[in-house]
Design a protein around this ligand. Structure first.
Ligand code: ADP
Length: 191
């Protein structure tokens, strides 16, 4: 059995879920796109918690992996950490840093890692419903079809259905929704 994966076209910041995932940048200090929307709607508590976490890296991550940028400088690409969700209708925000798209280097393992790590943190928090945006497909320019394939495949592989009731992808526009719908249909039984 695989986890229930659902797709919604809409605004991630309006979802009522146990945890929602932020496509953050490594500074954890906010940015544009979905990150900006989360901080705007969620209020200053999230940023305050991000600052606290930033100050406690690398302990907050347990370990640094070989080849990673020295932590001190921020959250490495492909990793995830959780904060409060402020005024959002969510229990937690899980911040992960997607890879910038590269035409010359295959970074899909890092994009997969964002999804795996976010789910790992969600499971630690006991979050059973988790909402993801289309990580890396905005400012980081990852082509939607490819990002959708990586995201759907990774969630299918990594989300234990005993731990999660629903993993929801919240797609901001029609093009993103269609890309995820196609990836979901291609990956097996759509739910
Ligand atoms: P990244 O830097 O990882 O590319 P962005 O925030 O720029 O992150 O974009 C990631 C995706 O989130 C894009 O597909 C963008 O259209 C989408 N997005 C932006 N705002 C929202 C929102 N409020 N809810 C859901 N998705 C959003």
């Amino acid at each position: 059995m695989t986890v229930s994966i659902t797709l919604v076209q809409g605004d991630l910041t309006r979802q009522r879920v146990d945890a929602l995932v932020n496509a953050a940048n490594s500074s954890l200090l906010g940015g544009g796109g979905v990150d900006g929307a989360i901080h705007r709607r969620g209020g200053p508590e999230i940023l305050a918690d991000c600052r606290r976490l930033r100050a406690s890296l690398p302990q907050a991550l347990n370990s640094v992996r070989a080849g990673e940028t020295p932590i001190g400088k921020g959250l490495p690409t492909g990793r995830a950490v959780a904060t409060v969700a402020g005024k959002l209708d969510a229990g937690h925000v899980i911040h992960t840093v997607g890879p910038v798209w590269s035409a010359t280097e295959d970074r899909s393992e890092l994009l997969a890692s964002c999804h795996r790590e976010a789910l790992r943190v969600a499971a630690e928090l006991g979050a059973r419903t988790v909402a993801f945006p289309a990580i890396s497909t905005g400012v980081y320019r990852w082509p939607l079809d490819d990002a959708a394939r990586v995201a759907v495949r990774t969630v299918r592989e990594a989300a234990d259905p005993a731990l999660f009731d629903e993993v929801r992808f919240v797609l901001f526009d029609r093009a993103a929704y269609d890309a995820f719908a196609e990836a979901l249909a291609a990956s097996g039984d759509a739910t």
